[in-house]
Design a protein around this ligand. Structure first.
Ligand code: PGA
Length: 252
């Protein structure tokens, strides 16, 4: 059975103190849950990680980073290595978020390198893919997503790809209040699973968790999460309020 996951991407929001409070609220919600089959992850900014690792139940919540360096150490001013993240208690790293691709020019090759480094440290990549509005309007969304997968991930062995989580995030739905319809999400998730199956076989494809991301909120999550190939969500804005994030976790 595929793991269902709700992951909160806090982006560049909250101070350490605000983050600690938010994490504590999420933590008490999660430890109080009767159904603990749902994986919960939070991705605070780098500066918060050590502090938050100390204040949450790290078995109940997967502490996640929003990014990492594409080198393992050395003279890379301002960068944070996967080893540093691991030492801080991080268990997963978001890679290839569309904001990183668009604003920081992260290309296929860089993302492939980052993925390798993350997997080497036995940390889970949450690897994001998704098309822009122009690409969807041109009808090339499937090709775009397939290329993102093949260029950055298909060098991986089957044993490695199994340790990955994918997140389909149509760029036009991120932070815009415009969600993909449940049908659009399902169609793309099914396609992504097919592409994985063609390369790695049905077993691996069937067991891969594929999250949906883009303006998920308590009011629309239930319908999206109930689609056959949608295994949860990567949540931005709605992850900044414990109440909303809790409602999203309860959407299954
Ligand atoms: P959003 O962000 O939920 O605010 O649209 C999702 C994401 O960027 O991961």
């Amino acid at each position: 059975m595929r793991k269902k996951i709700v992951a909160g991407n806090w982006k560049m929001n909250t101070t350490v103190e605000e983050g600690r409070k938010l994490a504590a609220e999420v933590n008490s919600f999660v430890v109080g849950l009767e159904n603990n089959d749902i994986g919960v992850a939070i991705a605070p900014p780098f500066t918060h990680l050590t502090e938050i690792a100390k204040s949450i139940d790290n078995d109940a919540i997967c502490l996640t980073a929003q990014n990492c360096a594409s080198e393992s150490r050395g003279a890379y001013t301002g960068e944070i290595s996967v080893g540093m993240l691991k030492a801080a208690g991080v268990k997963a790293v978001i890679l290839g978020h569309s904001e990183r691709r668009a604003y920081f020019r992260e290309d296929y090759k860089t993302l492939a390198k980052k993925t390798d480094l993350v997997l080497e440290q036995e940390i889970k990549p949450i690897f994001c893919i998704g098309e822009t509005l122009d690409e969807r309007e041109a009808g090339i969304q499937a090709d775009v997503v397939k290329k993102q997968l093949s260029e950055s991930l298909f060098h991986l062995q089957a044993t490695s790809i199994q340790n990955l989580i994918l997140a389909y995030e149509p760029v036009w739905a991120i932070g815009t209040g415009k969600t993909a319809s449940p049908e659009q999400a399902q169609e793309m998730h099914k396609y992504i699973r097919l592409v994985i199956a063609e390369k790695y076989g049905n077993d691996i494809a069937d067991n891969l968790t594929i999250l949906y991301g883009g303006s998920c909120k308590p009011s629309n999550a239930r319908e999206i999460f109930s689609q056959a190939d949608v295994d949860g969500g990567l949540i931005g804005g709605a992850a900044l309020k414990a109440e909303d994030f809790g409602a999203l976790i309860s959407s299954f």
